[in-house]
Design a binder for this molecule. Structure first.
Ligand SMILES: Nc1ncnc2c1ncn2[C@@H]1O[C@H](COP(=O)(O)OP(=O)(O)OP(=O)(O)O)[C@@H](O)[C@H]1O
Ligand SMILES: [Mg+2]
Length: 272
């Protein structure tokens, strides 16, 4: 699914850096459903997606209201690893992922993705790192008035891919999550498991080297949960570094991947 970059000059490329950066961050998070503007295509092929290593070095995070979410966390994830992050509600799992994609910043310590420290990255440069991280949320965050195909294609479109390249990537990705027959459905016409698979397709259609999934099975029954984990493992087998948070001890026991546990913000390794 990877190829070399051939960026072309277009209206999107000519937008001021700050505008592009804000647009990219917004689109990457897909936090506000609706009909956001679509920048014109610029890229024929995606950046070469090298698997990313991740490390947290003495990272602590206390929110402004005094909630202590992470305490002196040290964690190294090698390129191409698959890691489960477990722990009870409020133990800091989502905070850990938010630090990895730069939505939150540590109060102390350092977060490094690949060879890049996020500590001083802002604006466009942070947006560039985020572009290389796929994110799957428990509550899917799909755009309600867009079809399955549009929801998945949208991320590429927003990043300036050509129609041809979007088409080339869209169908194999939908097939990979088993949704090729649902391409024209709207999110409210899908089951929870199917919606979660759309969100996975959306997260990986740009071939990110790193995939973060926050409780991707939290709303699913055991059969759908297994299916989602199977897809995540398949993505990992093609070289994507995958970090998954979960409450589901059963899912964790079913696999032999490394597991860390958070408790009151303290991290310990349960299985290497
Ligand atoms: N934006 C925020 N402002 C203040 N405190 C926060 C914020 N987000 C999280 N917290 C607090 O930080 C701690 C860790 O929260 P976090 O969401 O990381 O936990 P979690 O392990 O993901 O929990 P869950 O399993 O319920 O999703 C909790 O005490 C929580 O109340
Ligand atoms: Mg959480």
């Amino acid at each position: 699914m990877t190829a070399a970059v051939t960026p072309t000059e277009n209206r999107y490329e000519r937008l001021p850096d700050e505008v592009r950066s804000r647009l990219n961050s917004r689109l990457q998070m897909i936090s506000t459903p609706g009909d956001p503007p679509l920048p014109p295509p610029a890229i024929d092929s995606p950046p070469q997606a090298k698997p990313a290593s991740v490390s947290l070095r003495n990272v602590s995070k206390t929110y402004p209201n005094g909630s202590r979410a992470l305490v002196n966390v040290n964690l190294n994830i090698e390129k191409g690893d698959f890691l489960f992050v477990t722990g009870p509600s409020g133990s800091g799992k989502s905070t850990l992922l938010k630090l990895l994609y730069g939505q939150e910043r540590p109060c102390s310590g350092e977060v490094v993705i690949g060879d890049q420290s996020l500590t001083r990255l802002r604006g466009n440069r942070l947006a560039m790192v985020r572009r290389r991280i796929g994110i799957v949320f428990q509550d899917y965050k799909l755009i309600p008035r867009r079809t399955v195909a549009e929801n998945v294609a949208f991320v590429l479109w927003a990043q300036g891919y050509t129609r041809k390249e979007i088409h080339r990537r869209l169908w194999p990705t939908l097939k990979m999550v088993g949704l090729q027959d649902k391409a024209k459905c709207f999110p409210d016409q899908l089951s929870g498991g199917e919606q979660q698979r759309v969100s996975i397709a959306r997260a990986v259609v740009g071939t990110p080297p790193l995939l973060l999934a926050d409780e991707p099975t939290g709303n699913l029954d055991s059969e759908n949960s297994l299916q989602v984990v199977k897809i995540l493992k398949k993505l990992n087998s093609i070289g994507i570094t995958v970090i998954v948070t979960t409450h589901n001890e059963h899912l964790v026991r079913l696999s032999n991947h490394p597991v860390v546990q958070l408790r009151n913000g303290y991290l310990r390794h349960l299985r290497h």
